[in-house]
Every structure is written in structure tokens, then in C-alpha cells.
Ligand binder design. Sequence first.
Ligand SMILES: [Zn+2]
Length: 170
Amino acid sequence: MKTKYSLGDVAYRVATSTDQWWDVCPDCIGQRKWFAVLPSGEELFFRCPTCERANESLGVVSEYEAGGSVEAVTIKSIEVISSDSLVSERYNSAYYLGDMYDSREEAAAALPAAIEELKIHLEESRAQSLARKKKDRVGSMASHYLRQERQALKDLDAARRGLAREAAKG
Ligand SMILES: [Zn+2]
């Protein structure tokens, strides 16, 4: 079967990439804590749930930026993949025919749309994750408050036992 490209040919593909970087957490402004004052005057601190990772608030959140470039690909292997409805070609075990271009110019022309598509995808998952965190804010604060309270009770208990030991000695 004749394939579009042959072994040794050079074709071009659009390679999109995601750069990750860190930005100051929009909710705690890098303070890593939320501070709340109850009407009774009691002051509470919570680890910021927005930038919390592995039980520690970091003060930063990850941001992603879509990028991309045109890559020249030398064809080293060709597979013809067929199912009931379609036949496609895969090159170098990774790239499908629909993503390959004859010239650098053609690939460059397709690049902005590919980056735009990735950008939309990144923005969607960012919005979803933010919405999830905002929805769970009250839950995060409540569980953090309970953890703090349990720890305070434990500390109190340990202090009491320490005092009792001291009293027994004296
Ligand atoms: Zn934060």
C-alpha cells in the first residue's frame, strides 16, 4: 500500500507544549493562611485551601501556558492503521497522518489554531479546579478547624498528664 510519506522523508508537525509556572495564590495573596474573626471576637487561622498541597499551604498556585512550535520529522517507521470506518497512517509510532504537513509553512499556518485549542482546554480545566475549590471552601475550613481543635485537646491532655506526673513526683 502506498503511504503519503515514505521512510526517510521529512515532514512537519505542530508540537504543542504546556509550560507550568507558579503565581501568587489569588486567595491568600501568598500568606498561606486565612484569618477569620468570629462575632464573639475569637480569632481563627486556616491553612489556605486554594493553594493547599499535601496538607500544606504553599502561597502559590500553578498556572499553565500554552505554547507550540513546528517540528521537522524524519520518517523512520510507518504503520497503516485500519478499522471498519477509517484507514490512517502513523509515523514514528506517534504521529498521525492528519497532524503531518508537507512543508514548514503549512505547519506554521496550523500552529496558532492548535495553540488556541490547547489554551481553551487549559483555561477550562483551570476554571473547573477553581470552581471545585471554591465550592469546597466551607468544608475545608470546617475540617481544618476540627483538626486544630483535636490537636488543641491532645496538647491539653498531654499537658495535664505532665502536670499529674510532676505532682506525683513531688
Ligand atoms: Zn493560598
